[in-house]
Design a protein. Structure first.
Length: 333
């Protein structure tokens, strides 16, 4: 080996050693949780900015309307690529009215006329309404579909058959309590399928640093003395879907409005809503529920996304979980 080759080899070894030392140094300096303290949301809106975006799209003829009709038939009349976000909690497909004794509730507060699809037709029913979604979804649109475990197979089978839908996440909502049982485990979770039309173009606003697919921080709340459909999803649960997958002024569609929770969540977050409900007895209840919501009230109470992330409550949780990262974060500031 000549002197030139020897020098080249020595330089290469030195560079490799330097890179290894730098990599080790970087690894040593990594502090779990530090990135969470520094996290900032890319897309954010103040109350005024969100209201302006909402008002710009208020001319949409679909905005803020609920039709009391069959969703599968009426979905065929919706314009192509007209929906920004879909949130659906379809019927259970079981003999259920919401008035059963095991639910320990006053029957007089449960609306009459709650209709369920016969279990033997559920697979076809699921495919029929889900196959209408891709046509009305924009390229940037997403869909969140809620389901108990008994109907999960029919939903997943429909997704496999509908080529225009892609499953991005299978989310679990873990609520705090379920109906008491004697000879089986208590069901205390719900499935949420996060679907998109175009896996390369769908909108997703990462509003937290480490969003997980198990949601165990949202309570299942009952409101005694309040008139309702058979079951009610928490407002906060629907708001989470809206926050991650839509912008102010977007149109959120719900084919099974039920108690109007999707409409309430949309209004509270400067989104427009459109949907169907087959039970006309729910009209007064839904209208009343929507009237209880002030336009943009969630933004008023919680602030912009960055304000929510950096609020004292969240900051204290991070401090408790990552004390060493907190010290380093304060030192850097």
């Amino acid at each position: 080996m000549n002197d030139k080759d020897s020098n080249t080899q020595t330089q290469t070894q030195t560079q490799t050693q330097t890179q290894t030392q730098e990599a080790k140094k970087g690894k040593k300096n990594y502090r779990p949780g530090l990135a969470a303290f520094k996290f900032a949301i890319d897309e954010d809106w103040s109350y005024t900015e969100a209201q302006e975006e909402y008002e710009k799209t208020a001319i949409n003829p679909l905005s803020n309307k609920i039709l009391y009709t069959d969703s599968i038939k009426e979905m065929k009349n919706l314009p192509e690529e007209s929906i920004d976000l879909i949130i659906a909690d379809p019927p259970f497909g079981i003999d259920f009215s919401g008035k059963e004794a095991l639910y320990n509730r006053d029957k007089s507060f449960v609306a009459d006329g709650y209709s369920e699809v016969k279990i033997e037709n559920y697979a076809q029913f699921t495919y029929d309404w889900m196959s209408e979604l891709p046509r009305i979804m924009k390229e940037s649109s997403s869909a969140y579909i809620f389901s108990g475990w008994t109907n999960l197979n029919d939903l997943l089978t429909a997704v496999e058959k509908i080529e225009e839908l892609t499953l991005v996440n299978h989310i679990i909502w873990k609520y705090q309590f379920g109906v008491f049982t004697k000879k089986k485990f208590v069901s205390s979770h719900y499935h949420v399928l996060f679907l998109v039309k175009n896996p390369t173009k769908y909108y997703f606003n990462k509003i937290t640093h480490y969003p997980q697919d198990v949601w165990d921080d949202i309570s299942r709340k009952y409101k005694p003395g309040q008139k309702k459909n058979g079951t009610v999803l928490p407002l906060e649960l629907v708001e989470r879907c809206i926050d991650y997958s839509s912008k102010p002024g977007d149109l959120v569609f719900d084919p099974f409005m039920g108690n109007g929770t999707t409409a309430m969540a949309a209004k509270a977050n400067f989104r427009h809503f459109h949907g169907f409900e087959i039970n006309p007895a729910m009209k007064e209840i839904i209208s009343s529920n929507i009237e209880l919501i002030d336009l943009g009230e969630t933004t008023t109470k919680k602030g912009s996304y960055n304000e929510r992330w950096s609020c004292e409550e969240n900051f204290l949780k991070l401090k408790e979980r990552y004390p060493r990262a907190y010290q380093e974060y304060i030192k850097e500031k």
